[in-house]
Ligand binder design. Sequence first.
Ligand code: SAJ
Length: 430
Amino acid sequence: MKHISIIGLGYIGLPTAAMFASHGVKVTGVDVNEDVCRTINNGGIHIEEPFLADIIKEQVANGMIKCTQEVEASDAFLIAVPTPMKEDKTADLSYVISAGRSIAKVLKPGDLVILESTVPPRCTLDVFLPVLEESGLKAGEDFYLAHCPERVLPGQIIYELKHNSRVIGGVDLESAKRSKELYSVFVEGDMYLTDALTAELCKLMENTFRDVNIALVNELAKICEYLGANAWDVIQYANKHPRVNLHSPGPGVGGHCLAIDPWFVVKAAPNLAPLIELSRNVNDSMPSHVAKRIANLVNPGSKIVILGCTYKPDIDDLRESPIMDLVDLIKNDYNITIVDPFVAEYNVELYTAAQDADLVVLGVHHNKFKEIDLARLAEATKNAVWLDTRNFFTKEEIEEAGFEYHLLGLSDAPKGILREAEREVAAVEE
Ligand code: SAJ
């Protein structure tokens, strides 16, 4: 393959362009955003991702990558445009459809089209294929078509693009084979050939698996608070079983994948996915559960400091962040201060921000927070009360610093007999 057009130059499209170009395939990047095209054509990048800036700079200078706003004729087309969720929780496929229309105008016999965007089940065959066939060419006969979802984690995209395994779903076997050949330019992980619908469901079920498992432990957290046990201990010991892997509870599930992809499955199979739907709702209920815990600890009007507001640790991404949902829920009842070193707006000096606070809530477990001088923080607050939603610091660390300790998944009033048992376990451990 000599030339590929990549449509959508975001978190997936741009790193993928970098990989093809640095492995000898000429890339035309296509993005509707003029600023994005200008930045890349000047050798710059518009997103944060380790190693990406250097590769793009080099490959643009080499003439291996150029960007345009219009799709041009090419040997292969790869689509990595967003598929956001609409109000009614179905997928907004307008970007996929408009990319397909632009490709149809320049498509010629022998071309390969790969849809990488996460899409609802049957979208490749029922929505995308007919749009491409507006060209007058037939998929599987005149041109090749496959759905090859990405699986990479922001922060390590360049490494994972190369090393992760991939599922390649062709509309026919030849389409799958040709897609595998294309990715072989840089992919070292295993590549599994299947049909497009299976590939769509694989991608969606990977994230649904995680979402449902997180819902299970979020439910356990509530159960343990009710019964007086510590969910984190239950999880830790249950996971000693060789075939059990309980996930971690938290204030909810954020990001643009786990909080969205399960809905595409639910909506595609009405009344057939009650477990997936319920799990989504359990995870969505966590911010209001944390709000209830807060209401048990402080009075309305109190000052609350929230540590961390991104959707997960050590990143700057706020999309679908459950902590921001929590803030929305309680901002009229309390005086809220957010401290987050990853988000410019909230990158404030912690000890000053915590002055006279009634409660400190650990919302996201950024590694940087391990550097906090907890005693100094407790000293700065008015009432040194601590609520951890992630089990990030130990009870001992927090209490030694002078805080009153509370934890999601642990009742504020553990049952006496459990306190006894805890002491006995501690004595045995000593
Ligand atoms: N979370 C918990 N408890 C856990 C694990 C995560 O509450 O035990 C929460 C996090 O705090 C966060 C949310 O879940 O709010 C999602 O975080 P994540 O790291 O699980 O997932 P994403 O959305 O950043 O990335 C996922 C990944 N999918 C899987 O691990 C199955 C990634 O590989 C995919 O590429 C990405 O979705 C995607 O684009 O689909």
